[in-house]
Design a protein around this ligand. Structure first.
Ligand code: ACM
Ligand code: ZN
Length: 539
């Protein structure tokens, strides 16, 4: 949990059997997941003898990745065999999910037993020790006629061909699995984590930072293009995850899952030619009626008004559109809630904005469908609406639009939809201000969310030019770093260097040096660190 409130609960074996039967009566198989060897703080706090240190530790009181994991001693395997015996007895599924994700190896490095096992088994390192864990558990489950599923980490840590890989860290795991002959299920988090935001963060209940709106779920293609026909047969399908760290009750769970669950079902169970999102949304109205009758608290975020910034000559214009095609859009520009009955204007043509503005907009239609109210706070400056070129962008975090960095909307820590990201690489962007102009300062924000493997750059510097050829460097030492007001995870880098004022400039290049991989004291050690940049401001 994230709010310090106590939570607890468990299913008795009898209740679990009841669930299995309830699902089976509806032709659904429940596959249980038992996390091995990491993500197991509850088990370790109750049975400290299965950890390396063997000391009593408390259960985790926040969510995250923890260094205390299961030890490779025999006692652990005896414990796991007991657990799996009971699990197999309750769950008749062909597959058992054994976790395998986010397992730091710090404890193993300091543990005599684990180090002795690495030597005895001729393993190269702690990475291979996790492979040993996976194989032991797989062999045991095979003896009971079951197969294993595990998160994509188990692939790189060593698996047999018989394991099925759940590709959650993007598509790489599933692609690699299919290429080497393992079955895979696609669940890339950026598309299929239903605990991510499904609309702009300002209008949504608190969620985990990512962004997976209905359209993105519906259009996700689970078969990576680079696979041959033969390899593609290993892609068994797709799944969604709804992790409940920010979900405290059933209604909020329904909000996360509906209607994205309908999009997932149609995508997973249709052939690849069924890809017309607008058609899906129009057919979805029937499902919404069904949800209404079932009293399901579904989200209407897919009806949200979209505000697109564009430039016409020197004018910054905002165009509004809504999937509620036959209904009007109402908006205000003074921050007040738009209501047709009082202050709001009915949208008819692009809105020109000249100064900092808070736009609110909503739409409704003749079938009484309503969008949520969109709030967009524009900070207008010399960079707003200007085009740029950038390198090394992570295709999962592109910022969404061509103006992501210059759309006047400042990225917020709540949601990642507006951030432009690189993974393990430097971020490099060059902006064209279209005319030479006075520059007093250059500023850019980066996100600092280490729990999600997003790190501030090592340093930020800039270059300015009036001809796109000769560049004047604004060194890193000239950038002042400070947290953004009311948004402390967002860090602003700003330079008012004297060199900026020496003449007028047209081109601004910003270079942010990535830390490369996550640092040694971080659970992501050895993996690429994300760098997230948003909104460049120049005045
Ligand atoms: C995961 O989200 N750690 C599978
Ligand atoms: Zn150990």
């Amino acid at each position: 949990m994230f709010d310090g409130k106590e939570y607890s609960g468990f299913y008795t074996q009898e209740q679990a059997r009841e669930l299995v039967a309830y699902a089976a009566a509806r032709h659904i198989t429940i596959i249980p997941e038992i996390e091995i060897p990491g993500h197991a703080m509850a088990a370790i706090s109750a049975y400290p003898e299965i950890s390396c240190k063997g000391e009593k530790i408390g259960a985790a009181c926040t969510w995250g990745v923890f260094e205390d994991v299961m030890c490779s001693k025999e006692e652990t395997f005896r414990f796991l065999e007991g657990v799996l015996d009971e699990i197999c007895d309750i769950f008749p599924s062909e597959y058992i999910h054994i976790g395998g994700d986010e397992c730091p190896s710090v404890r193993w490095r300091d543990c005599d037993i684990c180090q002795a096992n690495i030597k005895r088994l001729g393993l190269k390192d702690e990475t291979q020790l996790q492979g040993y864990f996976t194989r032991r558990v797989e062999t045991y489950l095979q003896s009971k006629g079951r197969k294993i599923i595990g998160w994509d980490e188990i692939l790189e840590k060593g698996v047999e061909k018989t394991a099925t890989i759940l590709s959650w860290q993007g598509e790489m795991g599933g692609t690699a699995a299919a290429k080497q002959g393992n079955d895979a299920i696609m669940v890339p988090s950026a598309y299929l984590y239903f605990n991510f935001y499904q609309g702009v963060a300002e209008t949504e209940p608190l969620a985990i930072g990512g962004y997976s709106p209905l359209r993105k779920v519906y259009l996700y293609d689970p078969v990576p293009k680079e696979l041959t026909k033969e390899q593609a047969k290993h892609i068994k399908g797709m799944q969604a995850c709804t992790w409940t760290e920010y979900i405290t009750n059933e209604k909020s769970l329904e909000y996360s899952d509906f209607p994205r669950m309908s999009a997932l079902s149609e995508r997973a169970w249709s052939n690849e030619n069924v890809r017309d999102y607008d058609d899906f949304v129009s057919r979805l109205n029937h499902m919404l009626d069904c949800y209404d009758r079932m009293n399901i608290n579904y989200s209407t975020s897919h009806f949200a008004v979209t505000a697109d910034l564009s430039k016409k000559k020197d004018k910054i214009q905002i165009s509004l559109s809504s999937p509620l095609k036959d209904g009007p859009i109402y908006y205000t520009l003074d921050g007040s809630v738009p209501k047709p009955s009082n202050n709001a204007s009915k949208y008819s043509k692009p809105i020109t904005i000249k100064q900092n503005t808070t736009l609110k907009a909503f739409a409704f239609n003749s079938e009484r469908r309503c969008s949520p109210v969109l709030t967009a706070t524009y900070k207008i400056n010399k960079a707003t609406g200007k085009t740029y070129i950038q390198s090394n962008i992570n295709p999962q975090y592109t910022g969404g639009t061509k103006y992501a960095l210059t759309d006047g909307l400042v990225g917020d820590k709540k949601s990642y939809d507006r951030w432009v990201g690189t993974l393990g690489k430097d971020y490099d962007v060059t902006l064209d201000l279209e005319n030479t102009t006075d520059i007093n300062y250059i500023s850019i924000n980066f996100l600092d969310e280490e729990g999600s493997w997003i790190f501030l750059p090592k340093n930020v510097k800039a270059y300015v030019s009036d001809n796109n050829k000769d560049w004047t460097e604004i060194p890193a030492s000239e950038f002042v770093k400070s947290p953004v007001e009311n948004n402390p995870k967002v860090v602003n880098y700003k330079s008012s260097c004297k060199k900026l004022k020496e003449k007028k400039w047209r081109f601004v290049r910003i270079f942010a040096e990535s830390i490369g991989n996550c640092p040694d004291n971080h659970p992501g050690r050895g993996y690429g660190a994300h760098t997230f940049a948003d909104e460049i401001e120049i005045n």
